[in-house]
Ligand binder design. Sequence first.
Ligand SMILES: [Zn+2]
Length: 245
Amino acid sequence: MGLLLAMALAAATSAQPAQTACAADALGTSRTLTLQREGAAWGTAQHAALPGLAPKDVVLTFDDGPRPESTPLVLKALADQCVKASFFMNGEPMRAHAALARQVRDAGHSVGMHGFQHLAFGQLPAAAQIADLDAMVAAYREALGSEPAAYRFPFLAESPVLMAALRERGITVMSVDAGAEDWLPDQTPQMLADKLLGQLAKSGGGIVLLHDVQDQTARALPFLLQALKAKGYRVVHLRWDDVPR
Ligand SMILES: [Zn+2]
């Protein structure tokens, strides 16, 4: 019995190398915050602050992927520091790179939606907005086999039509509290870190917007995570209740 137990424990341990592979001085994930599917909207750029966060807590989010050239680098940087994040994916790349979308989910990260295409909905008729949401939901279900629970608007450009549709479907809208403006060209890791830490100093922490689709962000992420740790920020992993509605 003792030998069998030891073998079972060894098997259980070896089945989860990602849990133990990070450095002893890693940034880590301090705790998990699980939200209900209540159709709420969070993030001080447009809404109330996410409830349950303490000062210096940060929720890391990555938009616009998955992209084979950069998303795997982001996953590696996060794994090296034992950090769990949330990825807001577009439907088109999610459909084109479904295995990579599953790889993100299977690494323990949360996945939300970011529009099938990356459209500015304010310019579109209501039917076209709903069609984009429906295509996004279909791509999510197809890639991950589960029901989406969260949505971030492309360009953070919220439209009344989609806000109402998301609320009706119980999908949480996620805005942001801070970012690094990592869509600007030619940003060095130091420039991105300075921008991010500057915005976090003002917000006190909160939801951080980054882009896994950006090569410069993927390259800078190890440096950014070190900078967050050096300044005493703690990573909170945001999840949603997985029970279907
Ligand atoms: Zn975007």
